[in-house]
Design a protein around this ligand. Structure first.
Ligand SMILES: Cc1ncc(COP(=O)(O)O)c(C=O)c1O
Length: 408
């Protein structure tokens, strides 16, 4: 009897199976070599990653947050021609992640928040354009859950106005806009390989760029401001020849280096990314069809559709509950958790509602971000897996998700 119950029990997680046998094998090999710090596995992954997304350069770091931090600090580096200075304005959408926003503040920028479109969850282009003024020096776009805004139009205006464009692509690795990978439109694109992202190495991140000098800045900031691994001009070398060239510090810096262990896993997962994208697309269609064809379907939910011109690489299945269920959404999410269906908010909702924003007094100006508010109140997401979804799982999701109308 117990055995039978266990068999019918379903736990629908955000991610079905984080690591394959091969992932574990490559990681173990690095560990066994006893050389686990950043080295050839990382450089190899960087090359493969840059090639995959079609960027000239890629620099791996220890998280997506570090990738954002590095992109922002590279954008004000003294070695950069077009750079921002403290007090300049950075535009960011209210529907963002904590570490999309904080590097801007940490680097002395003044964030200006704009709204997102409820239909795409991504930045509202008109509002973004009307917020640009002579003080705007940075736009940080977050591509939400595999979807995107009108990145080509945004890139064009950034180019015209010499605004630095940073694409936080931590949730959208593999999505293509007009066949070009998200993260490769701006000056910098950042990615995350945290658990349950499109590929995962546990922790890990990447920054891509197309400018050699930006790349050199990224490399030195990543590792203490060190010159190690950089191409130095002979004039420069000559000037500092009195210093031990192995320990030459030419820039400010952090230590955001990844491990070769995580790089080997990331690299191995990258080989399966196209397969993951296709399977996730199919599973997404199956779930939506199952719900919409159910006898219990009563327009309980709206699903996020890909933006125009976008080939999505989905990060989960974002859902908006019907307006009449707004008041019970949080109870419903607890019900799903009790029934072992893992779920998450859409990023963290309208970030302006968070206490950290009050702490830094970023909301002195009264913003009215109705799109981000609505997504916070009505939105959540569940996982979509990289193995074909079973009929047992589909039935389970149908039964539990559609019982939102029974929650009191
Ligand atoms: C939009 C966005 N940016 C940045 C991050 C940070 O990535 P990490 O968790 O790898 O630091 C996340 C995390 O999920 C995210 O969703």
């Amino acid at each position: 009897m117990i055995k039978k119950n266990l068999k019918t029990f379903v736990h629908y997680k955000l991610l079905d199976d984080a690591f394959s046998k091969e992932d574990i094998k490559v990681a173990t090999k690095v560990l066994k070599s006893k050389k686990i710090t950043m080295s050839k596995e990382t450089f190899n992954f960087e090359k493969k990653f840059a090639k995959y997304v079609g960027a000239k350069y890629a620099c791996m770091v220890n998280s997506g947050s570090s990738a954002n931090l590095l992109s922002v600090f590279a954008s004000c580096n003294p070695l950069r021609k077009n750079k921002f200075k403290p007090g300049d304005e950075a535009i960011i959408q209210g529907l963002c992640w904590s570490t999309s926003l904080w590097p801007l503040v940490q680097a002395g920028l003044k964030p200006v928040f704009v709204d997102v479109d409820v239909n795409t969850f991504n930045v509202n282009t008109e509002e973004l354009f009307s917020s640009i003024n002579k003080n705007t020096k940075v736009i940080l776009l977050v591509h939400v859950l595999g979807n995107s805004g009108e990145i080509d139009k945004i890139k064009k205006i950034c180019k015209q106005k010499k605004i630095i464009l940073i694409e936080d692509t931590c949730e959208s690795l593999g999505s293509r806009y007009k066949n070009k990978y998200l993260g490769t439109f701006g000056d910098f694109g950042s990615y995350s390989f945290y658990y349950s992202h499109q590929i995962t190495s546990g922790e890990g991140g990447m920054v891509v760029c197309n400018n050699f000098s930006d790349y050199q800045i990224l490399l030195s900031l990543r590792a203490h401001g060190w010159s190690r691994g950089l191409k130095l001009e002979s004039k420069f070398k000559k000037k500092y020849k009195h210093i031990d060239e192995r320990f030459l510090f030419l820039n400010s810096g952090f230590n955001l280096r990844p491990l070769d262990i995580t790089a080997s896993i990331g690299n191995n997962q990258l080989k399966r990314l196209n397969f993951f994208i296709n399977t996730r697309n199919l599973n997404r269609e199956k779930i939506i069809k199952k719900l919409k064809n159910s006898v219990n379907w009563d327009d309980q939910f709206t699903f996020l559709n890909p933006a125009k011109h976008l080939n999505p690489s989905w990060f989960g299945l974002p859902i908006l509950v019907n307006k009449k269920y707004t008041g019970i959404k949080n109870k419903f999410l607890k019900f799903l958790e009790r029934n072992k269906i893992e779920n998450r908010p859409i990023i963290s909702g309208n970030f302006l509602n968070q206490p950290s924003v009050n702490l830094y007094k970023l909301n002195k100006k009264k913003y009215n971000l109705t799109g981000a508010e609505e997504i916070e109140k009505r939105g959540f997401f569940i996982g979509i897996h990289t193995k074909n979804i079973s009929s047992k799982e589909l039935n389970y999701l149908e039964q539990k998700l559609l019982s939102i109308n029974k929650i009191k």
